[in-house]
Design a protein around this ligand. Sequence first.
Ligand code: SF4
Ligand code: SF4
Length: 306
Amino acid sequence: MLRKVYTEVLTACRSRIEWTMRKRVQRENFDYQIVDHCNLRCAHCDHLSPALAKRCVDVDDFYSDLCELAKHAHARHLQILGGEPLLHPDILSILDVARRSRIADRLVLATNGLLLRKQGPEFWERVDVVRLSRYPGVDIRMRDRDLRDLCERNEVELWSIPQPDFYPAFASNPIGDAATVQSVFDECTMAHSCHTIHNRQLHRCSRAPFVNERLKLLGLPEIDVSKDALDLRAPDIDARTVRDLLKCSDPLEACKYCLGCSAAKTGHRMIPNGAYLEHLKEPDPTSDLRTSVARRGFRKALRALS
Ligand code: SF4
Ligand code: SF4
């Protein structure tokens, strides 16, 4: 008799969990930016790290954001990044609470690699994937073979990604016509794969949080991006509001100041210390953008004809 009751309770709990899981929004990836600053100064950093002040997320806030989102959504990967996330003084607690939140199946640490050699066994035990961006001329002071062996020994997957070039990220003047903004948004892979938590807000992509930061640095008026993101502390957040935000096919307000993946790629380079603001004032590659959007329209028209 007792065994029967136990089985029934267990089945009810399991189906309740499955029902909740089905209701949650499923995504491949969420990003969380745990620091703003970095130990490199890449010219086209789309998180503006070379220009931003030091900021490390509070571990309790990080956990509470993930738990809140986990009630309504789930991802295969949670990518922890910055800036350079290994500059966070409590990276081990960050990894622990990320796991505990159950927001994702696997934890990915996205790094430029400079601090990897300083990580102890406790770090390697806690992470599932290291996503290493390899920038030209940056020496991480570890031999490839040693890093691969270290990952293998700890059953950590290594995604080593050469980054010889960047997409220029932002425009200083708004992109005037709605059709170009829509086209840039439609072709932007970040809109669909880099949903990001930054400063306690869930954003559809990884660049949107920085559009106003950049305008502020340039002394330009900020734009109203209140409809671009969800505040994870808001009382009325649920699976439907999360789904509506992430699946929306309209461009964000931020897209008016962003080149998405549509500008011509440019070679990676570092900016000398103190020269980043000057670099931000360089002219926008918006003419490249128009050429690329026009080419895309031309290719689409050709495809339709064939
Ligand atoms: S390493 Fe990454 S976060 Fe750091 S400046 Fe370069 S692009 Fe930005
Ligand atoms: S602001 Fe728009 S165009 Fe830029 S990365 Fe985000 S979705 Fe893409």
